[in-house]
Design a protein around this ligand. Sequence first.
Ligand code: EPU
Length: 419
Amino acid sequence: MVQEVIKIRGGQTLNGNVDIHGAKNSAVAIIPATILAEEQVTIDGLPQISDVETLVSLLGDLNIKTDLDGTTLNVDPTQIENTSLPNNKVESLRASYYMMGALLGRFKKCVIGLPGGCQLGPRPIDQHIKGFKALGATIDESSDSSMKIEAEKLTGANIYLDIVSVGATINIMLAAVRAEGQTKLENAAKEPEVVDVANFLSSLGADIKGAGTSTIKINGVDRLHGSRHQVIPDRIEVGTYMCIAAASGEQMRINNIIPTHVESLIVKLKELGVDLEVGEDYAVINKSDAFNSVDIKTLVYPGFATDLQQPITPLLFKADGVSFVTDTIYPARFKHVDELKNMGANIEADQGTATVKPSTLTGTDVYASDLRAGACLIVAGLLAEGVTTIHNVKYIHRGYANIVDTLNGLGADIWTEEI
Ligand code: EPU
């Protein structure tokens, strides 16, 4: 079978502007959330990535009329049918689990395949299930490939998440907006994507208070209408381009950002010695010659994002000493380490921590194990001597719109080939 690879001849200096797209992790929740609307909805600012296409196609399977025109999606859910969704599209991405909360809210019932997504180690959904059960649903998990979730009626409840989970917080909100009475969700995730989804649901007529704090109160309503919503900028895409700029930029300006969403990264980049100036909705990064070693520990928002620990790692090869990267959210998210070692990097991962020593990288064949590992290999490839060939680029296309063209426009020697 023909497969696409990304090739990078490293060592070029990048210059110019990057415009950030809409947030993948908002988009992949807001698209399923349109199921709750009983009138037309328009979503603007969607990133042009394969996860968006897959979810739009899943809406089609529910007989929802969709029109995806560039970054704008028009959704007409008036002919919706609650069909079973135990198919390979559901299994191809993690965020298909949002179909559960949305269908449960709208129809009090859904039959759906088990979510897949990037292999970051164990990714249970027990907190989602706990929330659905608290709202009155029963779950039939007797099938190996799908799950049936049903409720006579949904009733608001007090739910305390045992683990702070973005997915569980959003999924429980999706169901609770149509429950009878109040749901109080405690120990909720505070990520900006949770707030964006809550704002979207509120624009449909939902009554949600406290999104962005650890306690969210949702008063159920009888019906949700239509609306138009603009997706927030992708803070992980911002962070990835900040890492690229710090690694290889002469001067790069990153536009359409919300600086507070990337505060923990900005602080860490400054600690590293990156020359970074932040404006109201942009950042400019200038070339810096020497980096300090730093320690990074991923935490829930507003801590350092797990999705950025892989892209920032290649910068640490340029530091003057040993750095440590610890992922407390996904302690097994270190599959990029072997690939970096193949490029000559002095890096070891053990029990959720990578030890990173100053290294020079040489281009070779490397394999992306997940989306952000792919981003890490792009940063590494830009820094390496010679040509790096990145395989499994389907992961990169899941989350980064036009990244090859964008980097080319900035002066990188990067191209795709079919092998
Ligand atoms: N967890 C449980 N039980 C649950 C849910 C989560 O034990 O029921 C654990 C997870 O295993 C993990 C931690 O809780 O250790 C946090 O997981 P969370 O539920 O917050 O992650 P998620 O919702 O599945 C989203 C993003 C990920 C991002 C994480 C953490 C989407 C579609 N995915 O995943 O994004 O890494 O939050 O911020 O929003 C990516 O974009 O590359 C990506 C993987």
